[in-house]
Write a protein that binds this ligand. Structure first.
Ligand code: ISE
Length: 334
């Protein structure tokens, strides 16, 4: 069986997914692509034999499209996810699920009225083998009850137009999702502190920052967000438990010890660091959908993450600790 997929958005992430789905994901076929820049969509479509639309709604309405992948800008995610739900088509939506808490709740409400889940959010770190090993170690109780989690999230640079709030809504959202998934607890408060800005950050970008998250059971999580660190894409995690610690290893590749020093590779960006995770995310999504199941990060995960991110942005702007109040969790996400 083959899954015929339509991809909304042929910008950087859309093209990344189209190429992977068309070339290396078993049982997947890209049959349609769409973008407001229809010429760009046509070029991408031609390479993989897919039809091109200028409007994502037409793509979702295409009878040949059995499942939808949304990689258009975040402010369009709500409308395309709701349209996919209305058409009863499984949808993998890049983060954010939607750009506001209210918009996320509208998606939750629409999906919760369905008999089964259709929406998955693109939190790809959950598919990374090292993150999975970290979670398996914690779940097996090898380091005891979790107390603290240290996270570092560094990007070499950011694209033009990247603003201070995006350090939370675009970057730290991944750490928020990993925290909830790794610990199996919701986050109840966020506090953000700004370091003195790096002179290498673009004018106005208050980089770096420290984000302190508190979970429902009292685990403290510190996230360093440094989006212009210059030297590469560097993600580090260490969980401190009552009887031990577990940390992500160094990036794969060879380490050279020579001339009085040692050197190893650092990925250039998140697509390189998480290439294998994106591959597994797509493979598992496609095989799950073909089996009639959507089991990856849910619309609830997208909503809860957005709620914490908004608390973080409020702390960024007004200062102090901001608590997170979540809506009641629909039974679909039990
Ligand atoms: C980017 O949008 C991502 O999603 C990456 O995974 C993240 O690490 C990066 O900080 C974001 O800007």
């Amino acid at each position: 069986m083959t899954l015929s997929i339509g991809i909304v958005g042929t910008g950087m992430m859309g093209r990344f997914h189209v190429e992977r789905l068309a070339s290396s994901v078993p049982n997947a076929r890209v049959v349609a692509v769409s973008d407001v820049n229809v010429e760009g969509a046509k070029q991408v479509g031609e390479r993989v034999g897919a039809r091109a639309y200028s409007d994502g709604h037409e793509l979702i309405g295409d009878d040949q499209v059995q499942a939808v992948l949304i990689a258009s800008p975040g402010f369009t995610h709500e409308e395309f996810t709701l349209a996919s739900l209305a058409a009863d088509k499984p949808v993998l939506c890049e983060k954010p699920l939607a750009p506001t808490i209210d918009a996320c709740l509208r998606v939750l409400e629409a999906e919760a009225a369905k008999p089964r889940r259709l929406v998955q959010v693109g939190f790809m770190r959950r598919y990374d083998s090292d993150f999975r090993a970290l979670k398996a170690t914690v779940d097996a109780g090898r380091v005891g009850r979790p107390l603290l989690l240290h996270c570092r999230h560094r990007n070499a640079t950011v694209p033009p137009g990247f603003t201070t709030d995006m350090m939370i809504t675009d970057s730290v959202v991944h750490d928020i999702d990993v925290t909830r998934w790794l610990l199996g607890q919701e986050i109840v408060a966020a506090t953000v502190l700004k370091a003195r800005p790096s002179s290498l950050a673009p004018e106005g970008l208050e980089d770096p920052q420290m984000v302190l998250l508190e979970t429902a059971e009292g685990v403290l999580v510190d996230v360093e967000s440094f989006v212009t660190c210059q030297y590469g894409y560097d993600i580090r995690y260490e969980l401190v438990g009552e009887s031990g610690t577990v940390a992500l290893g160094e990036p794969p590749g060879v380490q050279v010890r020579a001339e009085g020093g040692y050197h190893g590779p650092i990925p250039a960006d998140f697509r390189e660091r998480f290439a294998a995770a994106y591959q597994s995310e797509l493979e598992e999504w496609v095989s799950g959908v073909l089996d009639g199941r959507v089991v990856g990060p849910s619309a609830w995960d997208g909503y809860a993450t957005q709620a914490v991110a908004e608390a973080g942005v409020e702390s960024q702007t007004k200062g102090g600790r901001v608590t997170v109040e979540l809506a009641e969790r629909p039974s679909l996400y039990a």
